[in-house]
Every structure is written in structure tokens, then in C-alpha cells.
Design a protein. Structure first.
Lengths: 455, 477, 394
């Protein structure tokens, strides 16, 4: 499309980058077809093309964001389905990231909105605070019928409380910095992102990851000073904060890389993976961090990406359970990882099925299911209905947010199908314990014949 | 740029508040868009070099709402520009300052499917591909497949009488619609056609299809669905020159073979598409034909053998058959994303003229000459079987001089199409893009007859008035 | 255009001007083989296109043919057959049914939108018609469309004029997109099915991937034993395979045998021209268009009050029926049965007094009537051409 940035404006590197992106958009409208909000609302303004147009106008004129622009950009899930569909290669992700930070700089949100977002940003990225908050949520759940009627924030509070688990387990041994080695010669050395919400809500995922990698003679290091990847605040447009989180991680991993060395940085939540792989772009203009960030982005691998290029351990249990593979948006659109997880599951014996409308987001999208409860709820119901169409025994995915979101949707329809992380299944079949959710659902896998024979 | 819009009616603009107030009584708030920021997203379609801010935008959800809106606009002299998905390459959905945009995007449901009769009833805001997706599980599909089928609506298809690669075999939109529910400008709801074949009386359905939103707003349609063939296989044929490719097409038809699709691409287009889809297009070919056959495996083998024999007689250099569903999808993805993929390397105007297929080599040569004479580049993609060309004129839209040159080159190409016995537009429609060239194809008598027919439906020229007919010499009763 | 034809076209234009001046309505005919269809003529003068003959364009490689409107259909078909091509829509010959004489013209085919059995697969006449030249009621020569199929320039008057029974203008030239003539043609025949099962079988066939190009059912009122017919056309090896595959698929309805060559062609000519209902000559004949899934029920409904002989074409989507031409020739009962079904009926054969008294063509809803009258007005403001042919007063 034609753009109208002044030469002065284009001196700003962020504006320059966004202008380039806007030039590639030909306004063809293909993106509208695969956008979850356009699917639900049928309104150009809630489609990628419409958002691009709003953002273009705002940035070209360097205007403060208006409430209307904020409304429609806030509704964007950042699922990036549009990027998969776009024939012209528009980098919508970078454009909307820029727009979000422009919004935070130029638009004053309502008091309740600011407070709410502030709380999310202050709590979720910090496991200790998150733990305390969840305890509070467990108590506050009782008051949901009253709280939901609070004007302005009632729906969000209800959403938040409904997503909080009834109880959480104790601290995982993996939550502190450490090195986990396996016996015998080491085949690779990787760092593992512990993350922020994941260790609190589902420590089993990383525990399964460590067990599996150890079994493959891979040494895992959880470096000191590693923390939240910054995706959460990044998607709220808090650029300075997200850069701060990123720098901590970059420093921690580069220190390991330059020390004992790293073959990869393993990430078990695809939402984090997308952001970490973008660190290189985020710091491209920062002379001090550019090279380090680029190195980190290059080393970053989703666990399934890493496993796909290494030999899995021998199968210890026989299984032919039907698994619906839910491809998280950040996995398929953000990182373009589509087939690897399915191939891995098939290779250990599962009967893997695709979910109808698999390219459409489940509505989790980071904190979207708290900030935009109505749309998130509709997408959740749609996703659960699509999964139920193929009647799987197990649902597997590579992102914690999806597990929480879909889990809630399943329980809302009294559906007790277990939902687990892909790596938990791979660990289980190659010698690990039965994942809690699988056990709860009463599913079993017998000891494999070859293992018996070996005994 | 060179295409004029009518001068907006100031009286309407001054009454904007009252008009919006009136509209707000007819639809819920989320269906009415009035803020400047939000209206801006509707100021253009896929012909982005032209933009006009509408008075307001309405997104109704029922036929009744559409009727109320049109009746209101009719009473108040407010112009209406209907909009589907806004993917028109001819400016068909570009509004004007004294008009509202009426978008049907929220009316996107499937209403009824009858597999025995092979008919489907849908709301007009449903996308073309969604119609096929709905019946795919039973082995059926909706045939007309414009390249934008992922996103375009059946409403837009009906307005433009859209075609697509597979219309060589299956016909265009007008050959695949059995009936519509349409709202006239005065709010009357009329059902034209039905689930029976051949609409009664005068073929009003045939008239409405291709009428570019100027006769009424279609809210529902009854479409034909067809059984899918047992299998489909596209084959890539690489030639050194487009003359050879063109002659091959003629020979295939001459042998009594009508493949289900025959698409042509020249070297620049091949490179563009391959960069996006990685489908294995031969990058050393001067011209590429994608020929698709359908049937059982044995039938396809037999058909392809015949086609390959003919192609060999016309100097084919590479023959690459799709061996899997994934490959087939990639081959078509490349072709169908050609326009958008072009956006990776340059801005472009996508032309749409039709010529008698025998004129192919001559016209391709002339297109090259014309575009070069303006100092620009061109990539050619088109439906070889029916002579419908899509030259993509590449230019820099941030450069006003180049933009003008590109537009003029496009006009010259379209005039050429008419000169050799073809027409200005094969499937994209006239919109605003070809409006001022209409007298190259039609006499004033021809246009007069068309405008008198138009006046039967919309005597006050309220529906999409800036389009199709030259602004001067309009007939009002 | 050649000199004699330019002259003929100009003569036509002059005649229209003259009729306009004298305010005398005209009956438009090619050679008049279908003059008995429609409401009786309300004009004394006849305007014929018989002098406008000749094929003006035939490009086999482009699958296009154009002819002046008075050209005999037979000539167009012969020329196409020479190059192994055909008019896809299989226009019928009304002469046997109507007992008329003369040489049907290509213009008449277009004016009546004649479409035979292959309509279900290849489309109707209006789907193959891509260009027209006509003289409207103001004596103006109007052209629409052209010689290319992909043509969406301006309003599609080509479709509007096709099937308008000469009420909008006098055609002087018509252009068609044609198809190759199939190499081989064969017909599957299933015996003994009742109407409902026959239509279900035809629907199954038409829902198969085998490109059924003719789907008809002859109940035991027109044949000794009912015969359900499905035609397959294509290349030799295709037909061998498809006959067998289709037979298997329809086995759940009945066993099938098949006919080929001249026998198959003769069968479909009979279906096309409704020869089964030629006799008794005094009977009235109706043509009903309906969604196939409703067809058998409609017939059962009609049979409650009328004695009819009938058969189905277009997979059940077209019903031909004949009945005694007494009273209103069944008009009220038939229209009542069709009410609310989306179907419509046209009386194609009947005595003039009945045709003057009833609605010959399906009555129009008020909104459609307004539009139809307006369009008629826009072409023919003085009501010169075939006034009242289709709808009384228009």
C-alpha cells in the first residue's frame, strides 16, 4: 500500500521498520478469512487488514491512539494466523507489537483497566507472587457471583477466577538454578527455560522434559537469573519492561553459552518460544545486546523441535490411544512448527488426529482470556466443540496457556478427556511415570513387549 | 490518479448527524460504525490507490435490517455502497463521502443443504471457500473458485459474476446460482429463482448476477453444489516461449479435451509464485502451464498421456506431475496467491481483460511493448483456456508518476483486449477501474439500453452510483 | 457482415420503426415453429428473421460459433458436427409435440431458452449464450456480450434476453460457447422403479463423480415397464470404466443394463422432444420445473384431481405431463400443487382459447411483476413485440 510517513518520522527505527511492513501489505484481504475475531464478529475493524489500516493511519500521523483504535487492537489475539495466510509476507507481529507500545505511550487507559493490567504485569511473571495470588484466588472464587457484577471489571475478574486452579502443588525441585546430568557420555547440553506461570501451574511439564532429555544423555542447565521471557508484558505494550526481562535471560544464557557451552535453549511453552525467537529483532538496534540477542534467538528451540532432530529413547510402553493434537497458535503460526510434534507422537505409537479448524486460536493467547473474556469464551467453546467432533482419548499440545483454556472448556461441558503436554506423553512412553491427568482419566499403557523380552 | 468520483452531495453531508441518528434506530450499536478512525478501514478495497471516506458503515445481520436501511436511505437520498469482504480489484466496494457502506460480512450462515438436489441455501456474507468446506465431508463442492475464494463472499461473487481457474469446466458464478433473495432500494424483499432450475419468466437472476451492487442487495443465495471428481491432478508444463504454450493450449482444445483448469504464467510470475509457495515451479521456463485433469487414477493417466503427447509436439521442456495431495495444494497455493505474492517484490495493479485465445501470442507481445514503453515491468498470469488475462503491472505506489503510468498502461492493455475482439473485464468487474473505458466496448445505444434496465431497479442512482457507467451521459427517468 | 444481410438487418430495423410509427404490435417469428407456445398473439402483423441467415464466426480452437438469428438450427449443428463439436445444451425440436412445420431457427432457440437433457450437466441455452445483437422496440441495434465467455462488462443483457420469447427485441445475431462432441455415449437403464425411487436413483447418479449428462425417468404410464435412464458421455476408456462403476453404485436401486450408439441417441431424442406425449394430439402438455426431491410428491398431489401421463427429465427437476385439454387444462390444480414449493409450470401445448384464458407462464409475484413490466418498458416502450405473449398486460 501507499504510505505517507515524513522523512523525519522515518528516522525513527521503529517507524522505519513499520513503514516497510505497511508497504508489503497489498490489502488483499486474505487474512480476514483465518482471523478468529473476524470469524466471530464479521467486522473489517476486527480483522488483521482492518487493524493494519488503523495502525497505519495512527503511525503515519504519529497521532495518539484513539479509544477506537485501542479497542480493536486490544481485541487482537496475536495468534498470527494472518501471517501464515498472508501471501505478501506482511510481518503483522512486529507491526502490532509496535502499535501496542505506541498505545501504551500515547493513550491513557481507564483507571480500572490500568489497575487490572498493572496487577497482571506485577504478578504473573513472578512465580512467588503468582503462588500467593492463586491462594487468594482460591478463596475469592467463592465470591464470584458477587464479583462478576462489578462494573467494568466484573467479567475479567470472573474470567481470572475461573481459570485459577482449585489447588496447586508444592514447589518443584526444578525451580532453582541447577544442572541435571545423566549417566555416561553427554550427547548435548541445553538450557531449560523454567518460565513464570508454568512452574506454578504445571511443574510436571518441565519435570517430564528433564527426565526425557536425561534419558537421551542430554545435560540440562537451569541458569541463575533466568526468569519470565517477557511475552506477557510485551503483548501489553510495555516495551521497557519486556526488554528488561529479555536482557536478564539473554545475559543468563549467553553466560552459559560462553561458559560450558549450549547446544540449544529448550522452551516448553510455545508462547514463550515465539517471543524468545524474536529477541534478535527486539534488540537489533541496540549495539550492546544485538549480537547476544541474535545468538539466543538462534539457540532457542521448542522441545519438539529439538527432539525431532535427535533420536528418542526406546519405547517402554505400548500404546495406540487416539490423541488429538492441538496445535497452539504460537507453535504453528508463530514458530511455523506444525508436523514435528505429530510425527513424534506417532513414532511412539499414538494414533494422532488433527483438530477441525485447527488454525483457529483456542482463545488463551497469553492474558487474552482474562482481558477479553467474551471473545475468549466463544473461541474456547468453538475449540472444545471441534475437539469433541473427533472424540479423542487424550489431547496433547505444546503450550500451557492452551492447556488451561481448553481444560476449562472441557470441564464446562463435563468432558473428562485429559489434556497434557506433548513432552509428558513422550516421557511416559519412554519410561517416565504416568502423567497425573492421564492417571486421573484412568487411561493406561501396558509395558511394551520388547521391554518384557529384554527382561 | 486518473479516475474521477462524482461530486459528493453536500446536502447529504450536512445532514450526517440526522442520518446517523436515523440509522441507529434500525440496527444495534455494534452494527453501526461512525467514528472517523473506524470508518477509514472501509474507505477502500483491494484497489487501494483510490480511497473515499463513507458517511457511516452499517453491518446488518438480517434481511429485515437490510430492508429497513435501504428504505431509509431511499427516503433520505443517501447513497449506498454494498460491501462483501472488500477484496474487489476493480474498486467495486470503494465508497464515497455521501454514501454509507452496507457490509454483509456478519450474515455468513449456512441455512440449508440438500445433497439429493445438490443445492445449498446460504446467507450472502459467507465466504466462497466456506461454502465448499461445509459440504466437503460428503464429497461435494461449490465450483467457481476465484483466487480470493478464501476471503471473498458469495455476495461479492454474485455482484461481479466471479470466475476462477476451474470455471473452464464448471462455469462462472452465473452458471452456478439458482436463486437469490434480494432487497431493492425501496426496501422491497424479492425472491428471484428458487431451488428449481431455470428461474421463471425473464431471467432476472442472470441480470442481477454481475450487476455490481447496482440493482439491489443480495442477502441470501441458493447455490448449486457439484460432486467432487474421484481425483484431481495438476501438472506443470514448462515451455521456453509463451507462443509455444499458447499453441499447446489451442491444440489441446482442438483435440476435444477440456481439462478442468489451464493456467498460464510467464517467467516473472513463475518466480514470484515459487518464492511464496515452493511448489516446484520450473524457474528456467519462459512460460508455464498448470493443467489439471480430474477423474479416477486410470482416467487421469489416460487423459494426461494425451495431453503430454500434444505438449511434446509443441516444444514442452519440463513436465512435472503432482504426486500427492500436499503437492497439489502447493501448486494451487502458488497460483492462487500470485497477486498477493507479487506484493513481496513490488506494488502492482492487477488487470483483467479477456481476449479470443487465438490472439494470445500477439497480445502478450503487445502487453510487453506497452508496459515497457511506460518504463515499467509486468508479470502475466491468466486463465489460458478462456483467454482471461491478468497482467500484473509492477510499479512503486509511493511514486505518483509511476502510479499514473501504471494506470495508463493498464488502460492501454484493456483497449487492446477490446480491439482484438475481447472485452474489458473477464471476472473482476468494471467497478471504477474500467468505468471510463466503457465506450471502447459499448456504443451509447448499448449503454443507454443497460442504463434504462438499471433504472427499473434504482431510478435515483443511489446504489453504488460511482461504478460501471461513465459519469457523463447517465440516464435518469 | 455481407451486403444482403446488412440489408436484411436494416430492413428489420425499418420495419420496427414503421411499426412504432403506426403503433402496430408485431408477432416476432423465426419460422414460426413455436408460435403456438405462450398466450395467443395479440398482433396481426408478423416480423420474421428468416432472411437473416448465415454463420458469421466459427473458431473451433476457441470453441465459439456465431450465427445470424434466422439461420436454421440444423445448419448450426451441422457446421459444429463437422468439427466434432456441439451445442452443449441439446436444444429440443418442438415440431413433433406441437405438430408445427418449418425449419427452427437458432434465434428461436435463444428466444425460448430451449434446453434439453444435457442441461443438468452442461447448463441451459442461456449458459452457453455469450453474445447477442438485437433490435429493440425503439429501433435501436443493441449488442451485449461478445465472443468470449469470460465477460462481465456491464449488465448481462444476454441472459435477460435469452428465454424472453421475443418480448424484448428481435435478435439478429447470437454467439455461443460450444463444447467438443463426446467420443462415446452410453445410457444405463434401470427397470421397474417407482417415481420416488427413480428420482432417488437419478440423484445418486448425479451426485456421483461420473459426470452423468442425462438423467430421465419414464414411468410405466409412458413405457410398458418404467425405465430410469442415466447417460454417460466421454472418451472411450472413460465410458467403459464409468458404466461399470455407476452400475455398481446404483445396484441398490435396481440392476441395470445399458444401450449405446444409435439406440442411446434415439432414447435421448425422445426424452428431449417429449415424443412420449405427442399423442393424443388433443391433450394439453405442461412443463414443470421443480427441485427433484419434491417432484414425486407434486405428481402424487396432481394425480389426486387429474388424470395425467408424465415423465421426468433433469434428474427429476423437469416434469413433462399431458392431460385432457378440458376446462382450464388442469391449470388451477397444477398451480395449487406447486404453491409454496418454488416450482413453476408452463403450458406448452393447448388450444388457443385455453391459452388466452389461463396463466400460460407461471404467474409473477407482485414485486417481480413490477420489475418485469419495467424491463419490458425499457426495451420496448410502445409494447410492439409479442405483447402479452408471456404475461397478460406485459
Amino acid at each position: 500500500m501507499q504510505t505517507n510517513f515524513t522523512p523525519e518520522a522515518l528516522q525513527n527505527p521503529a517507524m522505519q521498520a513499520s513503514e516497510k511492513i505497511l508497504r508489503t501489505c497489498v490489502h488483499c484481504g486474505f487474512c480476514t478469512a483465518t482471523c478468529p475475531t473476524y470469524l466471530l464478529l464479521g467486522d473489517e475493524l476486527d480483522s488483521p487488514r482492518g487493524r493494519i489500516y488503523l495502525i497505519k493511519d495512527m503511525l503515519e500521523n504519529n497521532r495518539p491512539a484513539t479509544p477506537q483504535v485501542v479497542k480493536h487492537v486490544d481485541r487482537c489475539l496475536s495468534c498470527l494466523s494472518c501471517m501464515t495466510t498472508c501471501p505478501s509476507g506482511v510481518n503483522y507481529m512486529h507491526l502490532v507489537d509496535h502499535a501496542r507500545s505506541h498505545i501504551e505511550k500515547t493513550h491513557r487507559r481507564s483507571f480500572s483497566d490500568r489497575v487490572f493490567r498493572g496487577i497482571l504485569a506485577a504478578v504473573l511473571p513472578y512465580p512467588n507472587r503468582f503462588r500467593v495470588a492463586l491462594l487468594g484466588a482460591a478463596i475469592a472464587k467463592v465470591f464470584t457471583p458477587v464479583l462478576r457484577h462489578l462494573p467494568g471489571i466484573g467479567a475479567r475478574i470472573e474470567a481470572m477466577l475461573s481459570l485459577a486452579p482449585r489447588m496447586i502443588g508444592g514447589r518443584s525441585p526444578l525451580e532453582r538454578p541447577q544442572i541435571v546430568s545423566s549417566e555416561g557420555p553427554r550427547r548435548a547440553r541445553v538450557a531449560l527455560l523454567t518460565g513464570c506461570a508454568q512452574p506454578v501451574l504445571n511443574p510436571g511439564i518441565n519435570e517430564a522434559t528433564v527426565r526425557l532429555l536425561n534419558r537421551m544423555s542430554v545435560e540440562i542447565v537451569i541458569p541463575k537469573d533466568e526468569g519470565c521471557c517477557g511475552a506477557l508484558v510485551h503483548h501489553m505494550g510495555h516495551e521497557a519492561e519486556s526488554h528488561s526481562f529479555a536482557k536478564k535471560n539473554i545475559a543468563a544464557w549467553i553466560s552459559e553459552s560462553e561458559g560450558e557451552g549450549l547446544d540449544a535453549i529448550i522452551i516448553t511453552a510455545s508462547g514463550c518460544g515465539t517471543t524468545i525467537k524474536d529477541y534478535g529483532f527486539m534488540f537489533r538496534n541496540d549495539p550492546e545486546w544485538a549480537e547476544k540477542a541474535a545468538k539466543v534467538s538462534m539457540l532457542a528451540k521448542d522441545i519438539t523441535e529439538f527432539l525431532a532432530t535427535h533420536e528418542l529413547p526406546a519405547i517402554v510402553r505400548a500404546t495406540s490411544h487416539t490423541v488429538a493434537y492441538h496445535s497452539a497458535c504460537s507453535m504453528q503460526h508463530g514458530q511455523q512448527i506444525r508436523d514435528e510434534p505429530k510425527k513424534l507422537l506417532k513414532s511412539v505409537g499414538f494414533n494422532v488426529k488433527d483438530v477441525p479448524e485447527g488454525h483457529i486460536c483456542c482463545g488463551s493467547a497469553g492474558t487474552y482470556n482474562i482481558l477479553q473474556p467474551e471473545i475468549a469464551g466463544k473461541l474456547r467453546s468453538r475449540k472444545v466443540a471441534n475437539i469433541q467432533k473427533i472424540a479423542p482419548e487424550i489431547i496433547a499440545t505444546g503450550n500451557l496457556g492452551c492447556m488451561t483454556q481448553i481444560g476449562k472448556g472441557l470441564s464446562d461441558t463435563n468432558d473428562s478427556t485429559p489434556i497434557v503436554h506433548t513432552v509428558e506423553l513422550l516421557d511416559w512412553i519412554t519410561g517416565g511415570p504416568t502423567p497425573k491427568a492421564i492417571e486421573k482419566a484412568g487411561l493406561k499403557a501396558d509395558i511394551a513387549i520388547n521391554t518384557l523380552a529384554a527382561e | 490518479m486518473g479516475i474521477a468520483f462524482p461530486i459528493p452531495d453536500n446536502a447529504i453531508i450536512l445532514r450526517r448527524e440526522a442520518i446517523i441518528s436515523g440509522l441507529s434506530a434500525l440496527i444495534p450499536p455494534e452494527s453501526l460504525i461512525t467514528s472517523e478512525d473506524e470508518r477509514r478501514a472501509f474507505e477502500t478495497d483491494a484497489l487501494t490507490s483510490y480511497r473515499r471516506m463513507p458517511l457511516a458503515v452499517v453491518l446488518p445481520t438480517t434481511t429485515e435490517e437490510v430492508a429497513a436501511i435501504l428504505a431509509f436511505c431511499n427516503e433520505n437520498g443517501v447513497k449506498v455502497v454494498p460491501r462483501g469482504a472488500g477484496t474487489s480489484l476493480a474498486g467495486g466496494a470503494i465508497p464515497q463521502e455521501d454514501a454509507i457502506v452496507l457490509g454483509v460480512g456478519k450474515m455468513n450462515k449456512v441455512l440449508d443443504i440438500n445433497f439429493g438436489d445438490r443445492t445449498m441455501r446460504v446467507q450472502s456474507g459467507i465466504t466462497n471457500l466456506a461454502i465448499s468446506a461445509e459440504v466437503a465431508h460428503k464429497g461435494f463442492f461449490y465450483a467457481p473458485d476465484p483466487s480470493s475464494q478464501l476471503a471473498c463472499t458469495i455476495a461479492g461473487n454474485i455482484a461481479m459474476n466471479s470466475g476462477g481457474a476451474h470455471c473452464l469446466r464448471y462455469g462462472v458464478t452465473t452458471n452456478n446460482i439458482l436463486g437469490v433473495r434480494m432487497v431493492l432500494i425501496d426496501g422491497t424483499v424479492v425472491d428471484i429463482g428458487s431451488d428449481a432450475m431455470d428461474a421463471q419468466g425473464l431471467d432476472l437472476l442472470g441480470l442481477i448476477i454481475g450487476s455490481e451492487g447496482q440493482l439491489g442487495v443480495v442477502t441470501e443465495a441458493i447455490v448449486r453444489i457439484l460432486p467432487m471428481a474421484e481425483g484431481a491432478r495438476p501438472v506443470l508444463f514448462g515451455f521456453e516461449t509463451s507462443e509455444e504454450a499458447g499453441a499447446c493450449v489451442a491444440a489441446i482444445i482442438g483435440a476435444g479435451i477440456i481439462p478442468v483448469a489451464m493456467e498460464f504464467m510467464d517467467k516473472p510470475a513463475i518466480e514470484i509464485c515459487e518464492a511464496f509457495a515452493h511448489a516446484g515451479y520450473p524457474l528456467d521456463a519462459g512460460a508455464l502451464l498448470i493443467i489439471e485433469v480430474e477423474g479416477s487414477d486410470a482416467e487421469m493417466d489416460a487423459m494426461l498421456k494425451k495431453i503430454v503427447t500434444i505438449a511434446k509436439k509443441h516444444g514442452v521442456k519440463t513436465v512435472k506431475e503432482s504426486k500427492s495431495a500436499t503437492e497439489t495444494a502447493a501448486i494451487w497455493k502458488g497460483r492462487k496467491s500470485a497477486f498477493g505474492a507479487t506484493g513481496r517484490i513490488a506494488d502492482y495493479i492487477c488487470m483483467d481483460g479477456t481476449i479470443p485465445t487465438g490472439q494470445l501470442p500477439y497480445v502478450l507481445r503487445r502487453i510487453d511493448e506497452i508496459v515497457k514503453s511506460y518504463g515499467l515491468r509486468v508479470a502475466n498470469v491468466f486463465h489460458a483456456g478462456d483467454g482471461n488475462l491478468h497482467p500484473l503491472i509492477l510499479y512503486n505506489c509511493n511514486d505518483p508518476e509511476e502510479a499514473n503510468k501504471a494506470e495508463e498502461a493498464g488502460n492501454d492493455i484493456l483497449k487492446l483486449c477490446v480491439e482484438v475482439g475481447g472485452c474489458l473485464t473477464g471476472e473482476h468487474g468494471v467497478g471504477i477501474e474500467k468505468r471510463d473505458l466503457m465506450r471502447h466496448q459499448f456504443t451509447d445505444i448499448d449503454l443507454g439500453q443497460q442504463m434504462r434496465v438499471r433504472a427499473v431497479f434504482d431510478p435515483k442512482w443511489l446504489l453504488n452510483p460511482a461504478k460501471v457507467f461513465p459519469l457523463d451521459g447517465r440516464i435518469s427517468p | 457482415m455481407s451486403a444482403p444481410s446488412l440489408f436484411a438487418e436494416q430492413e428489420l430495423i425499418d420495419s420496427v420503426h414503421a411499426a412504432r410509427k403506426a403503433a402496430t404490435p408485431l408477432s416476432i417469428i423465426g419460422s414460426g415453429t413455436k408460435s403456438q407456445i405462450g398466450r395467443p398473439a395479440q398482433s396481426d402483423k408478423t416480423l420474421s428473421t428468416a432472411a437473416l441467415t448465415g454463420i458469421t464466426l466459427h473458431e473451433p480452437a476457441e470453441m465459439v460459433i456465431a450465427a445470424r438469428s434466422g439461420t436454421p438450427l440444423a445448419e448450426v449443428e451441422r457446421r459444429l458436427a463437422d468439427k466434432k463439436q456441439m451445442l452443449p445444451f441439446e436444444p429440443m425440436d418442438y415440431r413433433p409435440l406441437l405438430g408445427s412445420t418449418g425449419e427452427p431457427t437458432i434465434g428461436g432457440v435463444v428466444a425460448a431458452n430451449l434446453s434439453g437433457p444435457r442441461r443438468i450437466m452442461a447448463g441451459a441455452c442461456r449458459d452457453s449464450l455469450i453474445g447477442i445483437r438485437l433490435v429493440n422496440g425503439k429501433g435501436e441495434l443493441v449488442k451485449s456480450g461478445g465472443r468470449v465467455m469470460k465477460n462481465v462488462t456491464g449488465l448481462d443483457l444476454v441472459k435477460l434476453v435469452c428465454g424472453s420469447w421475443g418480448t424484448l427485441g428481435v435478435l439478429t445475431e447470437v454467439t455461443f460457447k460450444v463444447l467438443p462432441k463426446p467420443q462415446r455415449s452410453a445410457t444405463l437403464v434401470l427397470h421397474g422403479l417407482d417415481d420416488a425411487n427413480a428420482i432417488a436413483a437419478l440423484s445418486a447418479g448425479l451426485g456421483s463423480p461420473f459426470e452423468v449428462s442425462g438423467a430421465a425417468h419414464l414411468p410405466n404410464g409412458v413405457e410398458r415397464v418404467s425405465a430410469t435412464l442415466l447417460r454417460l458421455e466421454g472418451f472411450d476408456e472413460q465410458i467403459t470404466y464409468r458404466l461399470d462403476a455407476l452400475k455398481k453404485q446404483l445396484h441398490r436401486f435396481a440392476a441395470a443394463d445399458y444401450v449405446e450408439g444409435a439406440r442411446s441417441a434415439a432414447l435421448w431424442r425422445s426424452v428431449r422432444d417429449a415424443t412420449f406425449l405427442v399423442e393424443p394430439r388433443e391433450n394439453a402438455v405442461w412443463r414443470i420445473s421443480i427441485a427433484p426431491s419434491k417432484a414425486a410428491k407434486i405428481i402424487a398431489e396432481i394425480k389426486k384431481s387429474l388424470t395425467i401421463r408424465h415423465f421426468y427429465d433433469w434428474g427429476g427437476g423437469l416434469i413433462w405431463l399431458s392431460l385432457p385439454a378440458t376446462g382450464d387444462a388442469g391449470a388451477a390444480a397444477i398451480r395449487s400443487a406447486l404453491f409454496g414449493t418454488g416450482g413453476y409450470a408452463t403450458l406448452v401445448r393447448g388450444p388457443a382459447d385455453i391459452r388466452a384464458a389461463i396463466d400460460v407462464f407461471e404467474p409473477l409475484s407482485p414485486a417481480l411483476r413490477v420489475l418485469t413490466a419495467g424491463i419490458k418498458q425499457s426495451f420496448d416502450p410502445d409494447g410492439l413485440f409479442n405483447p402479452g405473449r408471456m404475461i397478460a398486460g406485459i
